[in-house]
Design a protein around this ligand. Structure first.
Ligand SMILES: Cc1cc2nc3c(=O)[nH]c(=O)nc-3n(C[C@H](O)[C@H](O)[C@H](O)COP(=O)(O)OP(=O)(O)OC[C@H]3O[C@@H](n4cnc5c(N)ncnc54)[C@H](O)[C@@H]3O)c2cc1C
Length: 428
């Protein structure tokens, strides 16, 4: 098993252990409870949801030490999202499975309702952009969504109060109860850490905006000069950047570092794709002070086999740009076909640097793709232009729709999932 898969395996194992503990140490039906079996099932489902939600809250602490076990922060957020969505799914079952004896509303029941509806609403808001039916009615700027999302822990804690106040069967047990309490504690502590402590204790590096270069109508390159120690990073990693003393830019946003680790300044290539980035492109001035929190991410071609395919879509070029700038005169035995995809030639970024790298390294072969001329790049196009795909590692970064389509295409052509590597520019 690869180290980067072990994190997901642990999450699954924690859920399985919960089920086993209920099976082995669960409560016995002494006849004192009507609907015992239904109550038991409802509680097993709910406790599983608590384990998953606690894992999701723990992953949202962004602890760097966890990255190696998930394959980078962006993949940790994928697990965070999937665990939370599965938990909500289970809570819907719990909501309908839990027996509600007429006239016997327990003190915790209304709390359960509040916790369930709160969690459901916030998770639906999170997935709304990917579900057109909901997305149409919930057009929320990201920073507003993030503010609402940070309320999730409160409903988790209300859920705990509900669980303890509805006279549950679990209170008649020891081991399942102890296990459940551990996860309530881990979830609540992770939430309080993320909301109240993390920003204060997370190490950030002071930088200052030095050079700002407009690359095309929507994209700029920013060179940040270290004010003290340089941020140590590996080519392809990203960081959260915010600018001090500005009402908008003081919110941290993630950007891949497009410079090479040995460079003095940190370079970012930023495309205006929403309110914060648009504001940055219009208002960033040399000398503005920045705080850089990083490095994060495990998108690293050196972890893969020697024969590779790299596919960059639009601004998804940045991790590859850092890799190319980090060649440092040698490709170290790698053989790379690099697909640089953009809509139109005007969107072309750093084409000269890519061509220079090709001139210096015979085994680095760029392929420039303009979708308005060539159509969307497909897995078949890649095979047609770079030969058989067997045994090649494929690294992709770009718009989600593009990466999903290519992923399906490569899998259709028999490429094993473990040879496909992604950098997601979207945590949501
Ligand atoms: C790992 C990673 C690396 C990235 N590297 C680059 C890069 O090199 N160059 C580049 O131009 N863009 C990069 N991005 C995307 C960049 O972070 C977003 O375009 C930017 O944050 C958009 O903010 P906005 O307010 O302008 O747009 P909005 O319209 O508010 O957001 C657009 C999308 O950007 C994402 N986003 C917005 N705010 C945040 C935030 N605070 N934290 C996390 N995600 C957010 C969300 O997915 C959102 O749906 C990267 C994103 C990630 C996750």
């Amino acid at each position: 098993m690869r180290k980067k898969d072990s994190g997901n395996v642990v999450v699954v194992a924690l859920v399985v252990v919960n089920l086993l503990l209920w099976l082995i140490f669960g409560p016995h039906n002494d006849g004192s409870r009507p609907n015992f079996n239904r109550q038991l099932m409802a509680e097993i489902i709910a406790s599983t949801a608590v384990v998953l939600l606690a894992c999701a809250l723990f992953l949202s602490t962004r602890l760097r030490s966890l990255e190696a076990y998930f394959g980078g922060l962006d993949q940790m957020y994928q697990t965070h999202k999937k665990a939370a969505m599965l938990a909500i799914f289970l809570l819907i079952f719990h909501f309908f499975a839990a027996p509600l004896n007429a006239g016997q509303i327990k003190p915790g029941t209304p709390l359960g309702m509040i916790a369930f509806l709160g969690l459901l609403a916030l998770v639906l808001l999170t997935i709304a952009p990917r579900i057109p039916l909901i997305g149409r009615f919930t057009q929320f700027a990201y920073h507003k969504w993030r503010r609402s999302h940070s309320l999730i822990g409160i409903f988790f804690i209300i859920g705990f109060a509900h669980a303890m106040l509805v006279d549950p069967l679990v209170r008649k047990t020891t081991v399942p109860l102890f296990y459940l309490l551990i996860f309530f504690f881990v979830g609540a502590a992770s939430y309080l850490y993320s909301v109240f402590i993390a920003e204060a204790v997370r190490k950030t590096y002071p930088y200052a905006a030095e050079g700002i270069r407009r690359l095309n109508g929507t994209t700029i390159e920013v060179a940040l000069k270290p004010r003290r120690a340089k941020l140590p990073f590996t080519a392809g990693q990203f960081a959260f950047v915010r600018f001090e003393r500005d009402p908008v830019l003081s919110e941290a946003h993630p950007f891949t570092i497009s410079s090479a680790p040995q460079e003095h300044d940190l370079r970012l290539s930023i495309k205006a794709s929403g309110d914060w980035t648009q504001y940055l492109v219009e208002h960033l001035k040399p000398g503005m002070q920045a705080r850089v929190d990083g490095p994060y991410g495990r998108f690293n071609y050196k972890a893969g086999g020697k024969r590779q395919i790299w596919i960059a879509g639009g601004i998804g070029l940045t991790p590859f740009l850092s890799w190319i700038r980090d060649f440092n005169g040698q490709l170290a035995g790698y053989e790379v076909d690099f697909y640089h995809c953009m809509r139109v030639p005007e969107d072309g970024l750093f084409l000269e640097e890519v061509e220079q790298a090709a001139a210096q390294h015979a085994k680095f072969r760029p392929h420039i793709f303009y979708s308005n001329r060539d159509g969307h790049l497909s897995a078949e196009n890649v095979v047609a232009s770079s030969g058989p795909i067997t045994g090649k590692e494929i690294y992709m970064c770009g718009p989600i729709t593009m990466m999903n389509a290519l992923q399906k295409g490569f899998i259709r052509l028999g490429v094993p999932a473990r040879q496909l590597h992604f950098e997601e520019f979207n945590f949501r």
